[in-house]
Design a protein around this ligand. Structure first.
Ligand code: SF4
Ligand code: SF4
Length: 113
């Protein structure tokens, strides 16, 4: 099933805890081979003074992301959106998501070709 044109994911990673639930939910929903997923959570380590570190987690859609077309065409949320307890991700029309993105920093808009 093909992706819906003009739709994408808005990812607000400010509150991402790095729980990897989105990655697992995608792999289970789409039955990807072991170790593969449409979502990968990337850990970024920012070194701070006095041997301290600040961790940032960034959920990042991979080339496998099909925007859960079989779910969204039935009116359901994508698996990653539904299972994120921190509500970091939103699925919708790219034009609407882009307006929302302008309101706050630390957001990424993912729009497939
Ligand atoms: S986006 Fe949500 S589900 Fe994914 S790692 Fe971050 S908090 Fe967890
Ligand atoms: S939208 Fe669907 S296919 Fe894309 S990352 Fe989320 S769960 Fe995976």
């Amino acid at each position: 099933m093909s992706r819906r044109k003009g739709y994408g994911l808005l990812i607000d990673y400010e509150y991402c805890t790095g729980c990897y639930t989105c990655q697992v939910a995608c792999a289970q929903e789409n039955q990807w081979p072991e170790g593969k997923s449409g979502m990968e959570v990337i850990e970024v380590v920012q070194k701070l003074p006095r041997d301290k570190a600040y961790l940032i987690y960034l959920p990042f859609p991979t080339e496998l992301c099909i925007l859960c077309s079989s779910r969204t065409q039935k009116g359901l949320e994508p698996a990653c959106v539904q299972h994120c307890m921190a509500a970091c991700m939103k699925y919708g029309k790219i034009v609407e998501l882009a307006k929302e993105m302008a309101k706050k920093p630390r957001m990424v808009l993912w729009a497939p070709r």
